[in-house]
Design a binder for this molecule. Structure first.
Ligand SMILES: NC(=O)c1ccc[n+]([C@@H]2O[C@H](COP(=O)([O-])OP(=O)(O)OC[C@H]3O[C@@H](n4cnc5c(N)ncnc54)[C@H](OP(=O)(O)O)[C@@H]3O)[C@@H](O)[C@H]2O)c1
Length: 284
């Protein structure tokens, strides 16, 4: 049966791919984006199933209004996809305070505001699914990407907690963790801080070559990624995390292994700081 989706950041990349694939198979899509004119042609092709709303996710008031209007016009929305985002790169000394604020406003506060606006509607209709496009960068970290990691680790923690918080309302969440993909992410969308010569021969400088990466060296096919997200969203049980791309899988597994090894190694020393009369509650 056809489903209804609400998606942010549908002008290009994964959001656009999702929108096009869903419309093609007969689903309804409430597509939101900063510049609605970018979907004008698609709106002409799908006058009955494409609903378009203007949304800059950094505008909390606009998020509430657009989400409310989407529910009012469409009645029921099965899947909400918080996808809008971009990467701010450079060593921490190289990025401006304003750039840091914008990264967090978009990738973190924007995602939270959008999902927060959708939750009362999902609850009122008796449930639904929330998909947050995170990144492999939400499970590992590398020099020159600290602010992007900050934003994606933040949404990982947010959605991880929502999983338990919203389950009683039959609302289920999924964190999508793509690796590098052939979208605008590494091109026009990417923001890089001003070069500081001191970092030239350090690992943080590697990020500067990112814009020059050849297409063939980027593994992720956005079309296949969108198809995988749609399949996961429709599975009887929504996966809590969806890793997309061989690079993402390798880097996430390596990162988790390293953190797990370190955590196991501290099992005994961690307990040394427990109070002498500590009596663990049954649930801990
Ligand atoms: N491609 C990758 O390598 C990769 C890897 C892991 C995760 N991701 C994540 O995937 C998601 C989608 O990115 P993409 O790869 O599809 O890149 P993209 O082609 O650059 O698309 C990003 C989308 O986000 C929108 N956006 C940015 N800031 C916004 C704002 N303030 N309000 C509303 N929309 C905004 C952009 O709209 P405008 O056209 O208005 O700028 C665009 O529609 C992001 O969350 C990104 O972090 C990407």
């Amino acid at each position: 049966m056809a489903k209804t989706w609400l998606i942010t950041g549908t002008s290009s990349g994964l959001g656009r791919e999702l929108t096009e694939q869903l419309l093609k198979r007969g689903d309804r899509v409430a597509a939101t984006l900063r510049r609605p004119e970018r979907l004008a042609e698609l709106a002409g092709d799908y006058p009955d199933t494409l609903w378009v709303g203007e949304l800059d996710v950094t505008n909390g008031e606009q998020a509430r209004t657009v989400v409310d209007r989407a529910w009012l016009d469409l009645g029921h929305i099965d899947v909400v996809v918080s996808n809008a985002g971009y990467g701010l790169f450079g060593a921490v000394e190289e990025v401006s305070d304003a750039d840091i604020r914008r990264q967090i406003d978009t990738n973190v506060v924007g995602a939270v505001a959008f999902i927060k606006a959708a939750v009362p509607h999902l609850r009122a209709q008796g449930g639904g699914r929330v998909i947050q496009v995170s990144s492999m960068a939400g499970q590992m970290a590398a020099a020159g990407m600290s602010l992007y990691h900050l934003s994606k680790w933040a949404v990982e923690g947010f959605v991880e907690a929502l999983h338990e918080e919203l389950e009683p309302f039959d609302i289920h969440t999924c964190l999508v963790e793509p690796g590098s993909a052939r979208t605008e992410f590494g091109g026009g969308s990417m923001v890089i801080g001003e070069r500081l010569a001191a970092y030239d021969d350090t690992p943080a400088a590697k990020i500067r070559g990112r814009r020059e990466r050849s297409r063939e060296s980027i593994p992720g096919d956005p079309s296949k990624m969108a198809t995988a997200i749609i399949s996961a969203a429709e599975a009887p049980t929504l996966p809590r995390r969806l890793i997309l791309g061989s690079d993402a899988h390798r880097l996430i597994v390596n990162s988790i292994h390293a953190r797990l090894d370190e955590a196991y190694a501290q099992q005994h020393t961690a307990a040394l700081t427990d109070a002498d009369d500590y009596a663990p509650a049954a649930s801990h």
